[in-house]
Design a protein around this ligand. Structure first.
Ligand code: ADP
Length: 192
């Protein structure tokens, strides 16, 4: 299996690039954020619990994010692999992802990190709030909190993948197709 973790702060372009990658490599896209938003829209018990965390700009507890990915991996374990978008966000999630994939004799092939300047992130998130209809994109304070949380809890996930030699970075600024081609180069290299 080809298992790619897309890594970067909110607004760094993970969702956009995921769409292009699933087409090219026929992977299953897992966005924990997207699944959570769907659960919230459908007002499921899971969604109702998640909503409180997300609206405040907090992460949902690890067990919730893990339950989501475990379920999708189980249902698609016969496929070509996965793109993880917005997961893992903590070291505990990264370790658990490894354990789950090990059960299928697989692991994370590469973690691709998007480098984007913070000021640009804030304006990107505010701009997309018009189209995304996401309450967490509308408020500058909540955006700042999400970015802080990213630095506090998630930036260390980068270190985790660096240590196991799975870390690669691409410049997340500029033309969407150029970023896509940089990501593809990384993938082609590991497929060699
Ligand atoms: P963004 O990267 O723009 O914040 P996402 O769609 O990835 O957007 O996630 C939206 C929200 O869902 C996050 O701010 C967080 O509250 C929650 N979330 C998503 N994935 C996880 C995860 N792996 N662990 C904890 N919380 C998560």
């Amino acid at each position: 299996m080809l298992n790619i973790v897309l890594f970067g702060p909110p607004g760094s372009g993970k969702g956009t690039q995921s769409q292009k990658l699933i087409e090219k490599y026929q992977l299953v896209h897992i966005s924990t954020g997207e699944i959570l938003r769907k659960e919230i829209a459908e007002k499921t018990p899971f969604g109702i619990v998640a909503q409180k965390f997300i609206d405040d700009g907090n992460y949902v507890p690890d067990y919730m994010a893990i339950e989501i990915i475990q379920d999708v991996i189980e249902k698609n374990s016969g496929g070509k692999g996965f793109i993880f978008d917005g997961f893992p966000r903590t070291v505990y999630q990264a370790e658990t992802l490894n354990n789950i994939l090990n059960k299928y004799n697989s692991g994370v092939s590469v973690m691709i990190s998007f480098d984007v300047d913070e000021e640009i992130l804030i304006s990107r998130l505010q701009n997309r709030s018009g189209v995304s209809c996401r309450p967490d994109d509308r408020n500058k304070e909540i955006i700042k909190k999400r970015l802080e949380l990213y630095h506090q809890k998630t930036a260390v996930v980068k270190k985790y993948y660096l240590e196991i030699n799975k870390y690669q970075s691409v410049n997340g600024l500029g033309d969407i197709d150029k970023i896509f081609s940089d990501i593809c180069k990384v993938i082609e290299n590991i497929l060699k």
